[in-house]
Design a binder for this molecule. Sequence first.
Ligand code: NAP
Length: 290
Amino acid sequence: MQEIDGHTRLCGLIGNPVEHTMSPAIHNTLAKQEGRNLVYVPFHVEKGQVGQAVKGAFALNVLGLNVTVPYKSEVIEYLDGIDDMAEKIGAVNTLVRTKNGYKGYNTDITGLYCAMCSEGIRLEGEEILVLGAGGAARAAAFLCASKGAKKVYILNRTVEKAKAVEEEVNRIFHTQCASAMCTEDYKKLGTDRKYLAIQATSVGLYPDTEKAVILDREFYERIHTGFDLIYRPFCTKFMSLVREAGGQAFHGLKMLLYQGVEAYELWNGIGVEEEDIQALYGVLLKAMEI
Ligand code: NAP
């Protein structure tokens, strides 16, 4: 535990709930590795109080904040600036202290990209299935379009939400690559090629570990690589189904790792060494008792 004194800087997480977060493990481990006088704590913020939380944090000289569900969009109106990509996505998960307030960034998208790169997954020229149309799926669809995917199919239970993501991606990136579908319409996808699938729904999240948004083997036979954003459990039903049908599958812990590392880098104006990132990953795996 970092010794707290008069020079200790504070960072934290605002959200509701925040009680199961892994972020303190990320940031307090990085601070310890670096010998930096910084501590990170979760702040449970009640509905309707996110503006006051941001204002109060600034007044208390808080160095930086992460933002989680349900405030990633709502917080934007209380910021003094916003990064271009975060503005396009319409969601921020990291606030960086500037002269007059906080500037918002979206390190979920860069975290997802770093995690995929570290697993050797490429997006350029790929045909990609994004399962879901919530905040995380939106970031995934934006990432795929920004990295030159050939097609991005957005499959969601509520097709109107998938259509809204389709329209925004196509408008913002001046493309026609995004295409919305009902989840069950996967049967209409061609069988002459295999896809990269990004699982960005909350189905399969602990404790509902036996669930997946699609259970049909026919779907999984179309997948060469499955990337699940969920990291609890470590092997989701979606991942098992991808593997059983012959594909490779990855979980979301590295996304969590890299989004945290980038936030830490932004707050402290430094670059974290790859060696320290790998050591941190070991700490996260241990924290999850794997
Ligand atoms: P969200 O905005 O609440 O979106 C949830 C999505 O799941 C929606 O598309 C929703 O469909 C779908 N869904 C929920 N229950 C369903 C059901 N029973 N059947 C079919 N579809 C269902 O959540 P989010 O913030 O995007 O997060 C999604 C997942 O990503 C979560 O599990 C979260 O833990 C994970 N995540 C991981 C990281 C990481 O660092 N690894 C970062 C962010 C998020 P409808 O639109 O039809 O409701």
